[in-house]
Structures are given as C-alpha cells and as structure tokens.
Design a protein around this ligand. Structure first.
Ligand code: SD4
Length: 291
C-alpha cells in the first residue's frame, strides 16, 4: 500500500520537496505544495536554471517559463517572463484569476505587477560573469546535465489522493532571445490528469515539445503502463526517431500514477528524482537509455 501524501521532483532538490511536504503535512493541498516547493528553487540564486540567478539568453536577458496544473485539469502558464522571481506563482494567478491559460512577456509581467509581485533584477553577478565568459566563444550547444540541479518539475499527491503539478525554469542558458521551451507548455513540460497521474519533463525542451512528452506519458499510463514503463516509452520515442541526435542532449521524465507509484527515466546518466514519502526525503538516480 502506498503512503500518502507524496512528492516527487526532478533532480536533487530536497529543500524544495521538504517544503512541499511541509505544506501537505500542515493540511495544504497538492496545488499549494507544488507551488511552494517550486518557489524554493526559484528563490535560490545558486540554482542557475530557475528563477533568480538563472542563466540569461545570449543577449543577457533572464527570461522565465513556468506552468501549473490542478486536479480539475485547470492550468496556467507564463512564458518569457522577465524581472519577476516567482514565475510559478504568476502561472497560478493566470490559472485562477484570468480567463486564459497562458500569458507571455510584457503582458505577463504587467499582470504579475497588478497582482502585487515585485520587479527585481534576476541577473546575479555570477550569472553575468558566466554569460560574459560564454560570449567570448559564443558556442551554442545543449549542456547535458547542469550540475545535477536544474529546471524543477514537481508532482504531489495530497492525503485525499488528488494530484497537482508545476514546472519552472529560466530555460536553456544562452538560448536565442524569445526562445520558449517545453516547461510552460501544458502537455509537453507538464501534464496532470487526476484520474490517471502526472508527468513532468526536463532537458532539451525542443525534443520534449516535438513528442508532447508529458501528455504522452500520462496517456501511456491510462493505457495501463506503469509510470516507469511510460517514461521509458516516451524516451524511446525521442531516441528512435530517424536521425535523432540524442547522444548530444538530455531529456528526463518523472511520473506518478493515481496509486502513488512513481517512475523516472532519461536518455543519459545522472538524471535523478527527489522523492519525499513516509518520512524519507531522498534523491533517486534514474535509469537511462545510453549505457
Ligand atoms: C527548457 N526543459 O527550457 C527546459 C530546460 C531544462 O534541464 O529542463 N533544463 O528546454
């Protein structure tokens, strides 16, 4: 029997899962938990691919993508959001306080400000230095695992058995200006169906978008696959494409089903999932395709 509540997240983010579990233990629902959990990484300037301290695009702009999805199938997202740290919370406001699903750029920022979010400079000294260093060669290629600490995607099941998910990122370092990844795209970076389960993605967003990865994983679970089998099948769709360049990029999925079973799988080694359940908050190394 699976013990609820439970939280899983991409990469090694024990502070974030601990925060989410604290919310669940004190009576919060899964939606509150994933928002609060993701906010921990957004505020952490040491995480260079989320929120404040995220690495900028090639012109030096830190631009955030995030989304959130609840047990009713409601969702909200922001893309190309600048100067606001808690993109996931803005995404939640889009879901709850607007007739829309997605707000972009200046409109998203103005909406956030109207909701009381503070404007901040998100480019830290160390991110600025890293960008200046990068500019010398300006070589753009995907980085396979960024310090094992990356875009955060989180899924939670509360004590009532209800599932929610969220995802937040500064996207790929040194991306083209205006580039949006998978993380704010419902069905790609995140999908939740409260009857079935949820999935979130990390890695090279373009490849996740092309295969509508998170929706695919949830649909595979609907057809009877376990979360582990579903994540493996979604990765196999990417690597088995004709001429797939998968040796040079990473994609990882984590998933949970309604029973509280979990799974994770990636193309390359060193992807991990953090899982908090029954008093244990642990990092679990993911199985992977390229051996
Ligand atoms: C993106 N999927 O913007 C994000 C980046 C990421 O690990 O997850 N990096 O494509």
């Amino acid at each position: 029997e699976v013990k609820l509540p439970l939280v899983i997240a991409t990469w090694d983010v024990k502070n974030a899962t601990a925060r989410a579990m604290e919310v669940l233990q004190s009576g919060g629902n899964a939606l509150d938990a994933v928002e609060q959990g993701c906010m921990v990484e957004e505020a952490d300037i040491k995480n260079s691919s989320v929120g404040k301290g995220g690495l900028p695009d090639r012109d030096g702009n830190v631009t955030l993508d995030a989304c959130i999805m609840d047990k009713h199938g409601n969702c909200g997202s922001v893309v190309y959001l600048q100067n606001i740290t808690h993109a996931v919370s803005v995404a939640r406001k889009v879901m709850e306080d607007t007739p829309h699903v997605m707000l972009a750029g200046e409109g998203a920022k103005q909406f956030a400000i109207s909701k009381g979010f503070q404007e901040e400079n998100l480019l830290t000294e160390s991110s600025k230095e890293a960008w200046e260093e990068w500019k010398i060669k300006s070589e753009y290629k995907p980085i396979i695992n960024i310090e094992n600490h990356d875009t955060i995607g989180m899924l939670a099941i509360d004590k009532n058995g209800d599932i929610s998910g969220a995802c937040t990122t500064s996207g790929l370092a040194y991306k083209m200006q205006g580039r949006v990844g998978d993380s704010p795209i419902i069905g790609s970076g995140l999908f939740v169906d409260n009857e079935i389960g949820g999935c979130v993605a990390t890695g090279l967003g373009e490849e996740v978008v092309k295969t509508v990865g998170s929706f695919l994983v949830v649909e595979l679970m609907r057809q009877g696959k376990s979360p582990q089998q579903a994540c493996e099948e979604a990765i196999s769709r990417i690597v088995n494409k004709p001429n797939s360049d998968y040796k040079n990029f990473q994609v990882g999925y984590i998933a949970v089903n309604k029973k509280g079973e979990t799974g994770s799988y990636s193309i390359h080694q060193w992807f991990s999932m953090t899982k908090f359940q029954d008093g244990n908050n642990e990092q679990i190394q993911s199985d992977y395709y390229v051996k």
